[in-house]
Design a protein. Structure first.
Length: 173
């Protein structure tokens, strides 16, 4: 008979779960966040790559127009100036970066590196585009940055190519 964990903490109702259920639940705890971030970043990358206005230097809704608009209110104006040297190239870099991060996160390949990439993209957007958002909690880039950090620390332990590769290495003598 398997050991069970009994707890009366949940409103006096016994908690009868197999021993080790917390470890098993913890392995799956970041899966919803991983799916959300992966899907969102894939979508964001594809959306940018298919939007000709975004990839323009000067058109309304372009990355160039956005960078010009936030230049003086940015926390790191030198980064905006760098982007403004080649707005189209910067737009492609952001879009392709988001796509790579999203795909890596979804399939769990180099998951910590993908999450770090997502965190860096979110950090750069927070310090430039949404830095002037007041109060800060109205901006979403800081929230995305914070959402990436658990995945940077934990990686993708389930349903991932990283986990499959780890298991394969353990079986190979």
């Amino acid at each position: 008979m398997a050991h069970t964990h009994r707890s009366t903490a949940g409103y006096g109702i016994p908690d009868e779960r197999p021993a080790g259920w917390k470890d098993q639940a913890a392995r799956y705890a970041l899966l919803p966040l991983r799916l959300f971030l992966g899907i969102t970043f894939v979508y964001a990358g594809i959306d940018k790559l298919t939007d000709s206005a975004f990839l323009s230097a000067t058109r309304p809704g372009s990355i160039g127009e956005t960078m010009n608009a936030v230049r003086d209110s940015s926390a790191v104006p030198w980064l905006v100036d760098l982007a403004l040297k080649n707005p189209e190239g910067f737009g492609y870099a952001i879009a392709l970066g988001e796509l790579a991060v999203g795909l890596g996160t979804l399939v769990g390949l180099l998951a910590r590196l993908a999450a770090l990439g997502g965190a860096l993209i979110s950090l750069s957007l927070w310090l430039t585009v949404s830095w002037q958002t007041d109060p800060y909690y109205y901006g979403n880039d800081l929230a995305y940055l914070m959402a990436w950090l658990p995945l940077v620390l934990a990686g993708a332990s389930v349903f991932s190519l990283d986990a499959l590769l780890r298991a394969r290495r353990r079986r190979t003598p």
